[in-house]
Ligand binder design. Structure first.
Ligand SMILES: [Zn+2]
Length: 110
């Protein structure tokens, strides 16, 4: 791939389909992120519901918690750098330009 590549869709119908597909993908990412968040929340609570800090977790719990944190971080990073949304303004309904130097997609207005 070249250093920069812009993908422009002129047809309003195709733009609508593109935007819809981006929404579906980003919604799937949000749902997965939330699932991981809920699992982390379970680990970081005592049975009475009070918050348990990482230093009070068992080694197994902490390792699991850290794995989930990494998973969440990777998921966010993949979504942020995808063509589904501009890494600067977060809009997902625009034509995008890939910038190899930053390994990210930017909308044509940013
Ligand atoms: Zn933008």
């Amino acid at each position: 791939m070249r250093d920069r590549r812009t993908i422009i869709i002129k047809s309003p119908q195709l733009r609508k389909i593109r935007n819809g597909l981006r929404d579906i993908l980003l919604t799937a990412v949000r749902l997965e992120w939330k699932k991981i968040f809920d699992e982390m929340n379970k680990i970081s609570r005592y049975s009475d519901g009070t918050k348990k800090s990482v230093k009070n977790m068992s080694l197994t719990e902490e390792a699991h918690f850290r794995r989930l944190q990494n998973k969440q971080s990777k998921l966010r990073n993949i979504a942020d750098r995808s063509i589904c949304k501009c890494i600067t303004c977060g809009k997902g309904d625009r034509d995008m330009t890939y910038n190899k130097a930053y390994d990210s997609w930017y909308c044509t207005e940013c």
